[in-house]
Design a protein around this ligand. Structure first.
Ligand SMILES: [Fe+2]
Ligand SMILES: [Fe+2]
Length: 265
């Protein structure tokens, strides 16, 4: 079914969290492992505007449906970062502008030239690059959706679960947009299929890998995917990728999990 962009732009909203009982974390705090995951997740969500910076220099910016989506998407992701920061704050973990600035500065000069490199490569490729962007987005939204689901299940904390369920509902809509665009663009262009397959195989890494220190990415993967249910989730995301035209058999998530030592070869 085609994605209803009109309904999405009208319904886009900051995830509500003011009504949640954050005081409940004082009686029953989250585990250290979960808080470490939330730190990374909040940092990733708050970095969305920088991902958007890198994408608007590509041919994706010429498509008004895509830019309408990206406008709302960046807004919703911003509030995911804020909502997760609220949970960290309730545990006495520092958040706010000073922290976000440090996360961005830590990335150094490579991050500053990234949009220039991306602009050159993507504009040489032309409109077929949009299929790479949309497929990448779908995979990352599926991964994020799965990650929040695993965190809620592992911690089984009523307030965290309530918040994550609200965020997950928005992540589902993000995934639906990216996947519908990816499917359409991959179906109609053989070059887009070949290019996307190549780019994913060569460059894809789990969400946040370009932002987080290696040890934090490893912790995130291990905490969320290291158990039996995590192994099932790895296969589920890979199966979703398999269903996109021309992307069968990549095994991206499984390969990343092996690389991070989360599962055997
Ligand atoms: Fe998000
Ligand atoms: Fe999202």
């Amino acid at each position: 079914m085609a994605f209803d962009i009109e309904a999405y732009r009208r319904g886009a909203a900051a995830v509500p969290y003011e009504d949640l009982d954050f005081g409940a974390f004082a009686d029953r705090p989250l585990s250290d492992g979960a808080l470490r995951c939330l730190r990374s997740m909040s940092d990733i969500e708050s970095h969305t505007i920088c991902y958007l910076r890198d994408l608007l220099v590509t041919p994706s910016h010429t498509d008004p449906t895509i830019t309408t989506f990206l406008t709302m998407w960046a807004f919703e992701e911003y509030w995911h970062g804020e909502a997760l920061a609220k949970v960290l704050e309730a545990h006495g973990i520092p958040t706010g502008d000073q922290h976000i600035r440090l996360v961005r500065e830590r990335l150094g000069w490579r991050d500053r030239i990234a949009p220039i490199q991306q602009a050159i490569a993507a504009n040489i490729i032309g409109v077929d690059f949009v299929a790479v962007h949309m497929s990448w987005g779908a995979i990352n939204e599926w991964s994020t959706h799965a990650g929040y689901g695993r965190l809620a299940a592992r911690e089984d904390h009523p307030v965290l679960t309530q918040l994550l369920e609200r965020i997950i509902r928005q992540e589902s809509r993000h995934a639906a947009f990216y996947a519908s665009q990816a499917r359409e663009r991959l179906e109609r262009s053989k070059l887009a299929r070949r290019l996307t397959r190549f780019a994913l195989r060569r460059f894809w890494a789990p969400v946040g890998a370009s932002l987080l220190p290696e040890a934090e990415s490893r912790h995130l993967m291990t905490f969320l995917l290291g158990d039996e249910e995590g192994q099932r989730v790895i296969d589920q995301v890979d199966e979703k990728i398999d269903r996109l035209p021309g992307l069968q058999g990549l095994g991206l998530v499984r390969r990343a999990a092996v690389r991070y030592g989360v599962c055997p070869q």
